[in-house]
Design a protein around this ligand. Sequence first.
Ligand code: GAP
Length: 532
Amino acid sequence: MPAVSLEQLISLCKRRGIVYPGSEIYGGLQGLYDYGPVGVELKNNLINSWWRTNVYERDDMEGLDSAVLMNPLTWKYSGHEETFVDPLVDCRDCNARWRADQIRDTCLDCGSKNLTDPRPFNLMFKTQVGPVADENAFAYLRPETAQGIFVNFNNVLTTTARKLPFGIAQVGKGFRNEINPRNFLFRVREFDMMEIEFFVHPGTEDEWHERWLHDRLSWYQNIGVSRDHIKIYDVPSKDLAHYSKKTYDLMYRYPTLGYEEIEGIASRSDFDLGSHTRYQDKYDLNAKVMANPDSTSRLSYFDPQTNKHLIPFVIEPSAGVGRCLLAVLSEAYDEPMVKAPPEDKLSMVAKELEAFNAAVAKNKKLKSDVQESLLAFGEDIRRELPETMPRIEALLAMPGADRISQGKKLRNQSQKVIDDHYRTVLHLKPHLAPVKVAVFPLKRTDGNLVGTAKQIRKSLQTGGKIRTVYDDTGAIGKLYRRQDEIGTPFCVTVDYQSLDDQTVTIRDRDTMAQERISIDELKTYVEEKLED
Ligand code: GAP
């Protein structure tokens, strides 16, 4: 069952070293996160899966890695200086700042309606380039990687001799000075983007748009995101970005947030290549672009069929890595009951939960939206006990829960029952799992068991395909639980029998079934099972 609350994922991410708040020891910086030891592996695996599917497994794609800082003229002609803005309002009573389209004319901090008129706020960060701080020595941190692809169009074309249709893929950081970063990784100020600019003959763009929609939906299935949890939103023309002729937004059903954009697939016409081209009047451009006396080049394609230069049209699938990672975590998340808790313990937890919910309902100091969310989630959990018991942890981590004194008692009653009767497991696709195999010795004080386990780890890791870790920091049950939480498909235990007959037990993450196999066959066994 996927996650039901964002808090479940936030708590798991923190507990298991997937994602930490950025520069936490100094109080953090809003909208910035760091990927921990487990998170970096998951993120890299996700990016590799995207790259493999879109670059290696196709014969019409090239890769690129362009610089984050670009000549500021790029952003003038791309339209970002003028139009990459959100409407900003200030609360005159408490000075909070909001994005006008995210609040309903009411300050979310103090409830005041005394707000300024919205004014445009450009989301691009500026930085200084070089030692002299005059007004011309600035650059923007790129808000999208796409422009790095467009300005390199001629370079890629001439160095690869590609013919239309073909695409260029890039993965890299994007920066946006979001007015209200929120919802964990969902809206942040620095994030990794996976973008494709696919260049096609004018007139074929609609057909390619549909093909890319289909291809991108298959990739989401390939990374374990159910098709049933993605809706396709055909963006109405009044809401299209300045460059877009038509856009499909893929909307994923995020826990807590509901359907929100995970990826945009835009048909950008000849806007970008046209904008960055010097002699625009030589072409019959479809898009409205500003005259460009600054560019030194024409970003056109010589069509051997017609013997004419043309400006290709572009289809752009563009996804944020963080939003994909959240979706993958959400889909993989599960908290099954391993054995039913005894009646007396169950009724104690139920009683404390009831008391907690009642205290939330009575509390007059909570903001109404916070109170409603706490109460709705608390009641959902109570109605479906015992299956829902592990969700109490997420409930107690929600905003406002720390102000309910009954929370402490609820935690005391539930924690041990949850630990003893449930497990958290990520049913990640094996190719995304941060660790593929964990190896444990039955006893960490026995040199022979430890030596054999370390040898197995080394031999599985050799070749670089099977990320394998050794762990002896707890009892085997606890070690299984830790690996389940980060989605490790297999755990191998070395016991005394292993020393006699060179076999080990291998445990499957999803079924928890264990089998005994020979150490010699372990690598082939794991390799075969990981081919998913
Ligand atoms: N080049 C096209 C482009 O930048 P976009 O819809 O603005 O399009 C593409 O961004 C994707 O980047 C979005 O679908 C989303 O997944 C991700 N994204 C955008 N803003 C984000 C933010 N502030 N935090 C996290 N991800 C974001």
